[in-house]
Design a protein around this ligand. Structure first.
Ligand code: PEP
Length: 268
């Protein structure tokens, strides 16, 4: 472990995963609305200094490349296999994502841990695969059930330690972490309250800073919508947002992606 390198500037990042929604044929309309909506605010200093990304299902990645090349919006995969090639039916590798212009690979979402039995060893292998191919690993962590922050912190620190074990400072600096409490995700759920978000982001920030990873951004995800985005983004330690179902409406995603903040404290 190395000592903290001090505060780093972290550009706010706002993105979405469509999960298993929308279609390759309807994807271009979503991309068009979002690129136009974001371009319309490009001269606004409040949103000029921001990064955006979208993670469509694999079959829509070619459409993402065709629509988003040259735009400020990055695109990537919702998962990646640990291996670069081989006998893994139905899986998608990091070089395949890179070949489609992806620059991000989401790893360890709670739905993949739940539905596909993804283990810590697999998640660590996926992070390494993404790094080998120059993809930003977007590592999802978060406790499964609602409880006090201290209990969640222990679980999340364990997930970080498992997924990122053995990475040197150069590799660690490429990672983006999404804190996503599973109980705050999906239909019928509500975003975690701001105190809980603040406590977890402070703990994750501390864990990363203690390893010299001061530039790693930590996004919040879980029932983000246009009404709560500004409040969540102003929580100290929240470097961006990861949006699920609200962003299926491209206008709603634009509203979140271009939300104006009072004064943002993100360590810069
Ligand atoms: C998610 O699952 O990553 C997510 C943030 O979903 P939602 O916004 O729909 O809660």
């Amino acid at each position: 472990m190395t000592a903290s390198a001090g505060p780093a500037r972290r550009i706010p990042m706002i993105g979405t995963s469509w999960k298993m929604n929308l279609l390759p044929s309807t994807a271009p309309a979503w991309f068009g609305t979002v690129t136009r909506g974001i371009a319309a605010t490009s001269s606004d200093p409040a949103t000029a200094d921001r990064e955006w990304f979208v993670l469509p299902p694999f079959p829509a990645l070619a459409a993402a490349q065709a629509s988003l090349e040259g735009s400020p919006i990055r695109w990537g995969g919702q998962d990646v296999h640990e291996d670069d090639a081989g006998a893994h039916t139905g899986d998608v590798s990091a070089p395949m994502l890179a070949d489609l212009g992806c620059t991000i690979a989401e790893i360890g979402h709670s739905e993949r841990r739940r539905d596909h039995g993804e283990t810590t060893a697999m998640i660590s292998g996926k992070v390494r695969a993404a790094l080998r191919w120059g993809l930003t690993p977007l590592l999802c962590v978060g406790e499964a059930t609602q409880g006090v922050p201290d209990a969640a912190i222990g679980l999340v620190e364990g997930e970080l330690a498992g997924a990122l074990r053995g990475l040197g400072p150069g590799d660690l600096a490429q990672v983006v972490v999404a804190y996503e409490p599973a109980w705050a995700i999906g239909e019928g759920a509500q975003a975690a309250d701001l105190k809980h978000v603040a406590a977890l982001h402070a703990a994750i920030r501390g864990w990363l800073d203690a390893r010299g990873a001061t530039a790693v951004r930590v996004l919040y995800g879980g029932s983000v919508n246009p009404r709560n985005a500004a409040d969540l983004l102003t929580v100290p330690g929240v470097d961006g947002l990861f949006v699920g179902r609200a962003a299926l409406d491209p206008e709603a995603f634009v509203a979140i992606a271009t939300v104006t903040l009072p004064q943002q404290e993100n360590g810069s």
